[in-house]
Design a protein around this ligand. Structure first.
Ligand code: HEC
Length: 221
């Protein structure tokens, strides 16, 4: 049988629909679970080194508690997506460890989970052309800069300067924070407005530039 172009396309489309998303890159839920676990791990590490009485420690504590509450559902969805038997672990124990401030045990348990639900960050850590960097800068200036460029630290959950944060954290953790931060805090309810390529370009911008002003000068050349 000789297949014509259109028939081949239909067959390929059918195959793509039948394959798990992971073959074409990580699925939404697995990505979300992987990101949240990395953010959790980073937050636990930060919290244990903070004076528990400062305002930001309370904010961080609440954020960790919130992420732990959402975790059972997140892991279940990720398991469904990757067609894995539900490996739901004892999240209640993690909550007790947080209440008891058992940082080392909590970090150990979350790290174990994180290695079972890794984030494939390579999609987001790529070379980006100057044209895409410029468009990322435009996104940043119109949608993020107002809160993130000169952030007020006087709140329980302050925003950070993303150019600085990108250089201070391991790249994979910063990627995870971008995926969780854009989704969870900024555009809540609207879904993620960016494509993977656009997020990769934003990450490259934060990693490579010192500030919006410096990027503006350099990319204008
Ligand atoms: C209205 C103010 C506001 C805007 C606009 C905003 N953010 Fe945020 N963002 C915040 C606050 C506040 C937090 C801290 C939330 C928390 O701690 O729970 C945050 C958190 C984040 C985080 C997570 C940081 C971490 O440590 O986990 C990232 C990443 C992030 N934002 C990226 C962005 C990007 C990219 C944009 C633009 C597309 C953006 N934000 C726009 C206020 C804002």
């Amino acid at each position: 049988m000789v297949l014509r172009g259109a028939q081949i396309l239909v067959i390929l489309a059918g195959m793509a629909a039948a394959m798990p998303a992971t073959l074409f890159g990580q699925g939404e839920h697995a990505r979300r679970a992987g990101s949240e676990l990395l953010v959790l791990l980073g937050d636990i590490d930060r919290l244990q080194r903070m004076d528990p009485d400062v305002q930001q420690a309370r904010g961080l504590h609440d954020r960790i508690a919130g992420m732990l509450s959402g975790l059972p559902l997140l892991l279940r969805l990720a398991d469904q997506e990757t067609e894995r038997v539900n490996t739901a672990s004892d999240i209640q124990r993690l909550r007790s460890l947080l209440v008891d401030r058992q940082w080392a045990l909590l970090a150990e348990a979350v790290a174990a989970l994180s290695s079972r639900y890794p984030l494939q960050s390579n999609t987001f850590l790529t070379q980006v052309s100057p044209v895409r960097l410029r468009s990322a800068l435009h996104h940043h200036q119109s949608l993020c800069a107002a809160c993130h460029d000169f952030p007020h630290q006087q709140s329980e959950r302050p925003p950070f300067n993303l150019y600085q944060q990108a250089k201070q954290l391991p790249k994979v953790e910063f990627t995870a924070r971008m995926l969780v931060g854009i989704r969870g805090d900024v555009m809540t309810g609207l879904g993620n407005p960016f494509t993977d390529e656009e997020i990769a370009a934003l990450i490259a911008l934060y990693l490579n530039a010192q500030s919006s002003a410096e990027a503006d000068l350099r990319l204008a050349e």
